[in-house]
Design a protein around this ligand. Structure first.
Ligand SMILES: NC(=O)c1ccc[n+]([C@@H]2O[C@H](COP(=O)([O-])OP(=O)(O)OC[C@H]3O[C@@H](n4cnc5c(N)ncnc54)[C@H](OP(=O)(O)O)[C@@H]3O)[C@@H](O)[C@H]2O)c1
Length: 298
């Protein structure tokens, strides 16, 4: 990957490439237990970094502990430019359930679990994952949780803080407690609830990191997307990722995959520039999906 202003973003104190990698898919089925292929999981991580990825998204509750331990096994000692972003706020049940863990004691435990399993003295960025309506945010104060993380930041265990699955009001509430450097919410070329929020964060130089950029557990399905992909000579996944990169300069990508082939396909999307007719054609997706047209798209 080449490096210029279009392809990089200042995240906290670090400049990272906008095309990153999300490690969640490396854990076993249902993001629980060991990977289906340990050697391939390590190879995916190593090839991502060798290809220029210097932003990896993870959590100690993926597995649990699995993706962090794979990252450490594959990449430790870490390259100076590698930024590992983790998230806290949930624990896994023995039945693979995802349960809130938002008390100060639970958040502190989660930070120490991440430090130990990643093998670092301080975490570069920690996102508070608010549970909301599972993959959508809902209103409610997050002051107690975010204050607990801000205290750990003051102790030097966390360099920067972010938020995940949050509303505009929650970002404002948290920002009054400590600086927020990134927001990680559910967003992609079809699911565009955060269009206004992305523009607001861009104006404040806060990164927006969409989770489910390829649809997550429900892969993106759209005839418009397929038609545009055929026209520009790319795959539908590459068009979905390239569209995000062009949507706003503060969008950072963390597509998740457990496959070397998919990793290569996804990283190549950073080289794809969608022409104006393709961008216009992609606007039809909202109507196709039965949604109202977006408020803004540039
Ligand atoms: N903050 C949060 O609450 C939250 C929630 C979910 C995820 N995340 C983060 O966001 C990252 C991205 O989300 P995600 O991994 O759930 O969803 P995603 O990136 O939208 O999609 C991943 C899915 O697409 C498949 N895939 C990836 N590349 C492909 C390709 N080129 N062709 C065909 N299929 C492909 C993957 O399967 P294969 O493994 O077979 O490629 C996997 O099933 C995660 O890794 C995680 O780090 C955060």
């Amino acid at each position: 990957m080449t490096e210029n202003r279009r392809e990089t973003f200042r995240l906290g104190e670090r400049t990272i490439r906008r095309m990153g990698y999300g490690a969640m898919q490396l854990a076993g089925p249902g993001v629980f237990g060991p990977p289906k292929d340990h050697a391939t999981a390590l190879a995916v991580l190593r090839e991502a970094v060798a290809s220029g990825v210097n932003h990896i998204d993870t959590s100690d509750f993926y597995g649990p502990h699995v993706t962090n331990r794979l990252i450490r096994e594959a990449l430790f000692p870490y390259a100076d430019d590698l930024v590992i972003v983790t998230k806290v706020g949930a624990v896994r049940g023995a039945d693979a359930s995802w349960n809130p863990a938002q008390s100060p004691a639970e958040l502190t435990q989660a930070v120490h679990d991440n430090l130990r399993n990643l093998g670092v003295d301080a975490l570069e960025i920690v996102n508070l994952r608010v549970m909301g309506r599972v993959h959508e945010p809902s209103e409610g104060s997050i002051a107690a949780q975010f204050s607990a993380l801000a205290a750990l930041q003051r102790q030097g265990l966390i360099r920067h803080l972010g938020l995940s699955n949050v509303t505009t009001a929650q970002i404002a509430e948290a920002s009054a407690i400590a600086p927020v450097v990134c927001v990680q919410n559910n967003y992609n070329v079809i699911h565009r609830d955060d269009d206004t929020l992305i523009d607001q964060l861009a104006a404040r130089n806060i990164a927006y990191v969409p989770f489910f950029p390829l649809g997550g557990f429900t892969p993106l399905q759209s005839s418009t997307l397929s038609h545009v992909a055929a026209r520009v000579g790319a795959t539908a996944r590459q068009v979905a990722l390239a569209w995000l990169l062009q949507r706003s300069p503060n969008i950072l990508l963390i597509p998740g995959t457990s496959s070397l082939g998919h990793l290569r396909e996804n990283l190549a999307a950073a080289e794809l520039t969608l022409p104006e007719p393709a961008l216009s054609a992609l606007e039809a997706i909202r109507t196709e999906a039965g949604n109202p047209p977006p408020a803004r798209h540039d």
